[in-house]
Design a protein around this ligand. Structure first.
Ligand SMILES: Cc1cc2nc3c(=O)[nH]c(=O)nc-3n(C[C@H](O)[C@H](O)[C@H](O)COP(=O)(O)OP(=O)(O)OC[C@H]3O[C@@H](n4cnc5c(N)ncnc54)[C@H](O)[C@@H]3O)c2cc1C
Length: 465
């Protein structure tokens, strides 16, 4: 009742810290706090843990990743967690040629990281990547709004930078496609400062971030996968926390009074001396805070969307494209899916093709049924890999934008003018509330690594007192 939320009396439980959200960030924070002897309760809206990480069982006995899946070099905290929990990684399938599918429907096979282009185009693209890396090297990862040219960089979109700085048409095309494929966000939607920061955070304390690491398979963010899937990281942490994780408990209000807070979820209310809100900013903004949060923090959550993303997986008896010398990777200029990967298990005992629906392509199918989307994807896969791709044995579709407690994908991004005006509130505590979640991380922001780092950071801040 409203009366109950006015007071910390009448709570169902009293703990040291309430963690809101049982994604990798919230679970990591809880795990660290419990290890330090704190009494913790994690309130999770869904009927499962893991948030944007979720694997499901296939009829063929395999397991497939619906959400986050790739990891790679410099993602050291995620790796350390996996080691602790006994979850192995393996290098994704990279043998053979990739496919570039042109706007007029031509399949071009190629080797190496970049689609085939004439020399001038390669040079122009290389120059643009060098410029972006150079600008990114000026961004302080913990405070991008203080970068030397922050105003200028945050005053434009990535698209306007491409159009204003790159003259070669092929190089422009690849840069726009990269935004769609690697960030699930259109170049016209994101601030230049934001993408430079996203490049800068694609590293760790000893390895500065760079664009190649952010977008690459081998040696990059899409280098490796977890044997059995990354959902195990969430379920293993949750199993160790046991009854400290409460499912089906969406938090609706956080009422602070003095040095404590009453966290009101559907079905229960908990009093705590600190709270970790481990949600993407836009979902954190849907909780009602009393007293109201500082204006800058609230305005940040009004301006920090999640990208539009869907993920489809077509499963086959065998990875037939490998016999044709293909690695399963496509970069396409047309189609519902423009980015695919070989998602087969490490032993290749069956085949799986992962097809992303990114940005505009996800929005274009918003009103379509699952069956229609499946057909659109299979038509694309058949165009890329031949008619065998049209008849999978199973098909999995994750429409992340439509999930009530996610509402989009990774990463959360900022349009122009947001990081410089509101960014400094991203991790600033509000009374006893600490902010975590992949979008708050200073390395591998938006990734599983960032989620783990943000949870560790929030726990460390609370323990410091
Ligand atoms: C399709 C897809 C593919 C991706 N691919 C990769 C990849 O290959 N590699 C990579 O590193 N990352 C990838 N990511 C990103 C990665 O999954 C996320 O960055 C990371 O899992 C985020 O963890 P988190 O804990 O910060 O947030 P989330 O996982 O979003 O966790 C937030 C939790 O809070 C819960 N919640 C929401 N509202 C409330 C409320 N009011 N009260 C209580 N609980 C609430 C949610 O149910 C959820 O469990 C991908 C994401 C998607 C969607």
């Amino acid at each position: 009742s409203p009366a109950r939320a006015q007071t910390t009396e009448g709570a169902d439980a009293v703990v040291d810290t309430v963690v809101v959200g049982a994604g990798l960030a919230g679970l990591t924070a809880a795990r660290k706090l419990v290890a330090a002897g704190k009494k913790v309760l994690v309130l999770e809206a869904r009927d499962r843990v893991g948030g944007r990480v979720h694997d499901i069982g296939l009829a063929n006995g395999g397991t497939i990743e619906r959400g986050g899946q790739f990891t790679g070099p410099t993602q050291t905290r995620l790796q350390a967690l996996a080691d602790e929990l006994g979850v192995q990684t393996f290098t994704g399938y990279n043998t053979g040629e990739s496919i570039y599918y042109t706007a007029d429907g031509t399949v071009i096979r190629y080797s190496g990281a970049l689609p085939p282009m004439d020399n001038d185009s390669y040079q122009a693209l290389g120059q643009a990547i060098y410029q972006l890396d150079t600008l990114a090297s000026t961004i302080p990862v913990d405070a991008p709004w203080t970068a030397p040219k922050a105003e200028e960089l945050d005053g434009q979109t990535f698209a306007s930078w491409i159009e204003g700085n790159v003259t070669n048409a092929n190089a422009k095309t690849i840069l726009h496609l990269m935004s769609n494929g690697a960030l699930s966000a259109e170049s016209r939607d994101i601030s230049l400062l934001w993408i430079l920061n996203y490049i800068a955070v694609s590293g760790n304390e000893t390895n500065p971030g760079n664009l190649t690491r952010l977008i690459s398979t081998l040696g990059g963010a899409r280098d490796s996968r977890f044997v059995g899937g990354p959902y195990q990281l969430a379920t293993k942490m949750a199993a160790a926390l046991g009854s400290k994780v409460v499912l089906k408990a969406p938090v609706r209000r956080i009422v602070q009074s003095g040095s404590s807070a009453l966290v009101v979820a559907d079905g229960l209310a908990v009093t705590a001396s600190s709270v970790v809100v481990a949600l993407p900013p836009t979902l954190a903004g849907r909780i009602v805070y009393s007293p109201a949060l500082p204006a800058t923090r609230d305005q940040l959550t009004q301006r920090f969307p999640l990208s539009s993303i869907g993920k489809a997986i077509a499963v086959y008896d065998k990875p037939f494209w490998r016999d044709a010398g293909l690695n399963g990777q496509v970069a396409a200029l047309t189609g519902t899916t423009r980015s695919t990967f070989d998602n087969s298990p490490p032993d290749g005992s069956y085949g799986a093709l992962l097809a992303f629906l990114d940005g505009d392509q996800m929005r274009a199918v918003e009103d379509k049924s699952d069956a229609t989307i499946k057909q659109l994807i299979l038509d694309d896969l058949a165009r890329y890999f031949g008619s065998q791709a049209a008849t999978p044995t199973e098909f999995v579709l994750g429409r992340w934008d439509a999930e009530e407690y996610t509402r989009g994908g990774a990463p959360g991004f900022t349009p122009p003018g947001v990081l410089t005006r509101f960014g400094s509130s991203i991790r600033k505590t509000a009374g006893v509330i600490h902010w975590a979640g992949a979008e708050t991380a200073t390395f591998w922001n938006g990734h599983m690594e960032g989620a783990v780092r943000s949870g560790e950071q929030a726990a460390a801040d609370i323990l410091k007192g």
